[in-house]
Design a protein around this ligand. Structure first.
Ligand SMILES: NC(=O)C1=CN([C@@H]2O[C@H](COP(=O)(O)OP(=O)(O)OC[C@H]3O[C@@H](n4cnc5c(N)ncnc54)[C@H](OP(=O)(O)O)[C@@H]3O)[C@@H](O)[C@H]2O)C=CC1
Ligand SMILES: O=C(O)CCC(=O)C(=O)O
Ligand SMILES: [Mg+2]
Length: 742
């Protein structure tokens, strides 16, 4: 048996807190399977420190774990457990920098509006930690996301109670989108012939061309897309929807992905804020410009910066802001108690999590009185807006879904090699003037051209042929393994999808598809087909591009299981090895808030427990490590018992939380290892542990509950103090002793 090694990522917020409790247990247990757990810090704070090591004294340097992982996922045999991490918006980035500086790490400030070449360079360096900077780097494989069979079976037997009924009549909730001049409408797509080096240029109506991006090494057979969002059309659209929301007495809500689409979506967000506050901006252009208000960072930026004004002017503007809130439609709220709206910060409402919640909540969002109300859900680009409207129409016609009977929708997502329907940040540009943006090859041939007006958002995306081939193969493998129909969600009316359809049609015949039920449908048709089956209790596999992968793997788990944290998210790496993502959701900032206020962490680590099972199976397979297989099977059984016994964290203080849940996983895992007879050494080690945990169950549960109820200080938000975190996340001395003695 070779020793095995599993890399466990240290991330941010709730999952990082949960790891402080779970990881010592995993380490102690797996030591006896010959498995070493290496912790790699890829948190936002850790990435800032690693990227600016040259600013730090030697003793405060942080290794660049993300760079190491980037190499490792391209090598066979790598085994990674990846927890959700912050994809930072600018406000999150600046807050993390400030915290590090206050802790004595002399990292530089983020130059939002660079004035010198040095600042421009610094901004470039920071772009490596901004937005979705981790996932696209690690995802060197396509995604297989599904609920483990035991988790789905449990959900059907014990349906979650979060679903609210849809009104039988009268709901005015609807998705609204542009009808022209959006990314969908302008998209062009080609399959690249020979490999070449290309560049992106802006050709103004008059004058010299400007190079926006140089040295793009294009590969043979990759799919290249370009598209443009016309910002005047976008602003006109926003203005019209403000009127619609007001007319229908509905909330206005905006659903974007400003974290992952870190260049385009904050700008689209900022235009919405600007249209909302149009009168104010028209009245005070100079004052707001002098304050360097950046509406891409939300209303919060405006509110913070006007604090610097002389009292009289400031109060005048505050009165006008209040009047704007009264005259415009009501906004959906993020936190009605604190007056935080959908437009306060670009990272507060993220489409993959926000749209499913509307559906779960009977077509409603929270208003400023803290009550649920219908909403006009603004999703400007048409590419995926309409499939959400299909769900809304289905619920209006047939009522809320029933988690006790719903069929399961799993996903095979095209994600490998960045699959840049997403992650296209380094090829997203704001048009510097009226003209044409061209993709040129090294022979000076124009591959694609897009006409732009000043301020328009140009996006270019690349999808590699190798990734598409592997994705088709994985889709077929899942169809074969489950017998469920596999539906490719692709729209022939969309340029990018039309190219992908050609490739799917070329690669399907390379596999044995006999007896399989495989379809290619537009996202709207696929949604209708899938929802029909869901209501009949039948399972369906969605085989999708990267964005639908993201959206659907929150949507269906939230409806079926109550949260996407209960998903298995397996990424078989192209080079062999595996990346096991835990859950499909985010890092739950609300959970940290609750933990700090009342000492209760409601984060459900089921995603982490579940991810460890296939990771152990991989270790068993790769290293011939039979003990890894044994520990994996034991954990799988333990998870079943844990679910049956209802030991998941509650949402309420003074009831079981993440730490209690993790104690029960340890107890049941140890009991399974003690009960088996395959490996005598393991049995002898774990029998006394299981006994001790069992005998001390009441005392440990009491310790863990006693730790709740008061305020908690972990010495920071983005870079908490490890010892303080440890103290709060491991508050039972008896439990710690048993685990640490192992
Ligand atoms: N894979 C990754 O690395 C991902 C990272 N992100 C990042 O996460 C942050 C927040 O994103 P956002 O989309 O708002 O998502 P959240 O993390 O806030 O999740 C939305 C809601 O889902 C529920 N939820 C999610 N995970 C769990 C869990 N493990 N246990 C219990 N409930 C859970 C919570 O609902 P409730 O509070 O009602 O209990 C939560 O508020 C952002 O920084 C984003 O960039 C987002 C998606 C994926
Ligand atoms: O990388 C990110 O920012 C988010 C990823 C995500 O939401 C997902 O993969 O489901
Ligand atoms: Mg997602």
């Amino acid at each position: 048996m070779k020793p095995s090694s599993i890399i466990w990522t240290k991330t941010d917020e709730a999952p990082a807190l949960a790891s402080a409790s779970l990881l010592p247990i995993v380490r102690s247990f797996l030591k006896h399977a010959g498995i070493d757990i290496e912790e790699y810090d890829i948190s936002l704070a850790g990435r800032i420190l690693a990227n600016f090591a040259d600013f730090l004294p030697d003793d405060r340097e942080m290794p660049d774990y993300l760079a190491r992982l980037e190499e490792l996922v391209q090598q066979p045999g790598t085994n990674v457990i990846k927890l959700p991490n912050i994809s930072a918006s600018v406000p999150q980035l600046t807050a993390a920098i400030k915290e590090l500086q206050n802790k004595g790490y002399p990292v530089p400030d983020y130059p939002e509006a660079p004035q010198t070449p040095e600042e421009e360079k610094l901004k470039q360096r920071f772009s490596k930690v901004l937005g979705s900077a981790v996932n696209p780097v690690l995802r060197e494989g396509n995604a297989d996301r599904r609920a483990a069979a035991s988790v789905k079976a449990f959900a059907l037997k014990n349906p979650h109670k979060m679903m609210k009924p849809w009104p039988e009549t009268g709901s005015v909730t609807q998705v609204v989108h542009m009808t022209e001049k959006d990314f969908f409408g302008s998209e062009k797509s080609v399959v690249q012939g020979k490999a070449c080096t290309a560049r992106i240029e802006f050709h103004p109506e008059a004058g010299e061309a400007i190079v926006l991006k140089n040295r793009l090494d294009l590969n043979e057979d990759e799919v290249l897309d370009t598209s443009v969002m016309n910002v005047q059309a976008l602003r006109d659209f926003y203005a019209s929807q403000l009127d619609v929301a007001k007319g229908k007495k509905a909330l206005l809500s905006l659903h974007l992905k400003a974290t992952m689409m870190k260049v385009s979506d904050p700008i689209m967000f900022g235009h919405c804020v600007a249209v909302f506050f149009k009168d104010l901006l028209d009245k005070h252009p100079k004052t707001l410009e002098d304050l360097e208000v950046n509406l891409n960072n939300g209303i919060a930026d405006l509110l913070e910066k006007i604090e610097r004004l002389p009292e009289a002017l400031k109060n005048g503007i505050i009165a006008e802001i209040k009047a704007t809130f009264e005259s415009q439609p009501d906004l959906a709220m993020v936190d009605s108690d604190k007056g935080i709206t959908n437009l306060h910060r670009p990272n507060n409402v993220i489409i993959d999590a926000s749209m499913p919640n509307i559906i779960r909540d009977g077509g409603k969002m929270w208003n400023k009185e803290g009550k649920l109300q219908d909403t006009i859900a603004v999703i400007p680009d048409r590419s995926y807006a309409t499939m959400y409207q299909m769900v809304i129409e289905d619920c209006k016609a047939h009522g809320q879904f029933d988690p006790a009977t719903m069929g399961n929708v799993s996903n095979v997502g095209l994600m490998a090699k960045k699959a840049e329907e997403y992650g296209s940040h380094d090829k997203t540009f704001v048009a510097p003037g009226d003209g044409v943006i061209k993709l040129m090859d090294d022979q000076n041939n124009c591959i694609m051209a897009q006409t732009v007006e000043t301020g328009d958002i140009f996006r270019m995306c690349r999808t590699q042929d190798e990734a598409i081939r592997d994705w088709v193969k994985l889709g077929i493998a899942r169809a074969r393994a489950t017998g469920a129909p596999a539906v490719f969600w692709l729209n022939p009316e969309r340029a990018h999808d039309a190219r992908i359809i050609e490739k799917v049609n070329a690669y399907l015949p390379l596999h044995d598809t006999g007896g399989l039920d495989i379809h290619i449908m537009t996202p709207d048709e696929a949604m209708q087909f899938t929802l029909g089956r869901v209501r009949e209790g039948k399972d369906t596999i969605s085989v999708t591009g990267n964005i639908l992968r993201d959206y659907l793997t929150d949507l269906f788990p939230i409806l079926e299981l109550g949260t996407s944290s209960r998903m298995l998210s397996i990424v078989p790496l192209l080079k062999g090895g595996g990346l096991f993502e835990t859950g499909a959701g985010g890092s739950a900032p609300k959970h940290v808030q609750q933990f700090l206020e009342e000492g209760h962490l409601r984060w459900d680590s089921l995603g982490e427990y579940c991810a460890l099972v296939p990771s152990l199976e991989l270790a068993a397979k790769m290293d011939g490590n039979a003990k890894a297989a044994l520990f994996g099977r034991a954990l799988d059984h333990a998870i079943g018992i844990y679910l049956e016994n209802g030991k998941s964290p509650s949402r309420k203080v003074k009831e079981i939380d993440n730490r209690g849940a993790t104690f029960y996983i340890a107890l049941y895992w140890a009991k399974q290892l003690a009960a088996q007879d395959e490996d005598k050494v393991v049995k002898d080690i774990f029998s006394p542990v299981a006994k001790a945990l069992h005998e001390n169950e009441a005392a440990i549960a009491e310790d863990l509950l006693a730790a709740q109820g008061g305020k908690v200080d972990i010495g920071g938000y983005y870079y908490p103090d490890p010892a303080m975190t440890d103290k709060h996340m491991r508050p039972s001395p008896v439990f710690n002793q048993i685990v640490d003695r192992l």
